[in-house]
Design a binder for this molecule. Sequence first.
Ligand SMILES: [Zn+2]
Length: 458
Amino acid sequence: MYVVREAQVHVLRHGTILALVLFCSYHGTMSRFRMYPTREQDQQMLSHCAHARFAWNLAVEQHSHWRRGGKSAPGFAEQCRQLTEARQENDWLGSGNADVQQQALKDFARARNARFTSGFGEPTWRKKFRDEGFRVIGTDRVPEFEPDGSPKLNAKTGKQILGRSVVVRKLNRHWAQVKVPGCGWVRFRLTRAELPAAKTFRVTFRNGQWHIAFAVVPDPITASGTGEVIGIDRGVTITAALSDGRKLNCPQLTVKERAQIRKHQRRAARAPVGGAVKAAEYANVARLKAREANRRKDWCEKTSTMLARSYGLVRFEKLNIKNMTRSAKGTAERPGRNVRQKAGLNRGILAQGWGLLRRRTEDKAPGRVEDVPAPYTSLRCSACGWIEKRSRKSQADFACVSCGFTCNADENASINVAAGQGGVPRPRRTAGAGGATAAASRSSTREPQPVWVGIPLF
Ligand SMILES: [Zn+2]
């Protein structure tokens, strides 16, 4: 049974990175642990996943029928009522846990309400093997208090409000367990000193691993107090060059691991279509690719915490990653050039986790992250401010043609970013896309103007 499920995760190989990002930022930041259910618990939790997915997809379908000017799609309360009815009529749905199904509807309502602000847009379909997970609301009741310490009272009855709390228990220094409906106590690896106190948690299943994420938003990390400004230049060769001269690199798969991926892909390609061998080989590929994504995510978390902790203000150069990684394929009539090379570059860019690093830093240090417009940060001399294409001798070297300042190219760019500079594009209008516009009379006699360089990729 287990083998079959493992084999089917190969569907993941395209969606892994996106899915990771999606789930982790769903309800702000969380504390997340690896779960180790028994075989029976594993089966039970998989059925919870199926029920949650079914309820979510029903909600998606209901809302997809809505048309402008029509009667509004049912809200959370109405959907819950419909769910109760559907549970009575459908045995499979009725056999599942009502709380799990209801929480899926609640998740949907929350996702939909946040569709303009979350960055994820309208909630979409959840797919088997790809979006496996469910939310559990705590069964323990605990009295609630106002921020000032006084009991939180119900406005009508005057009684103290009882809130929900998840039931967790510490076993020893490294292990704890949590109550999951229908499963009893499920163990998870405790990688923090404190047990999390949360009202709900979400369980996810991906790449053959279970994880539990408690819905707690940790306090922002306080700055060092020195108010130091750091600039970060993100690149493919060096993932993040800091303006203090440090060069940080996102760990990637080793040469050996990459060879393993190719080996399994080769074997999968030669295996008979629809056979168990093919599925198992694809599962091996998915496992290795998931390892790469995990490494990247881990690095982003650690680096963003370090940045938030040690600097007062963090400046990133502003990148439009979506545009930068746009395919070069073109259309059938006008095919693009260097498609394979661009695809490789895109893979390289996406493998660096640029977007994730920026976002997690912002999460941990709200209000202390700035974007500096990117053009010219890599071509501007950080010593004299001169912008020229010829100063960039190679990928790694920068030597100013004006003042002779030499530096590592990425470090030079990061210093510009730290200074908030680079966004001073003053190209001569003659060389712009508009064609033969007359040069401004003032600039031609003063001093040599920066040459127009187009938009630098690095
Ligand atoms: Zn210079």
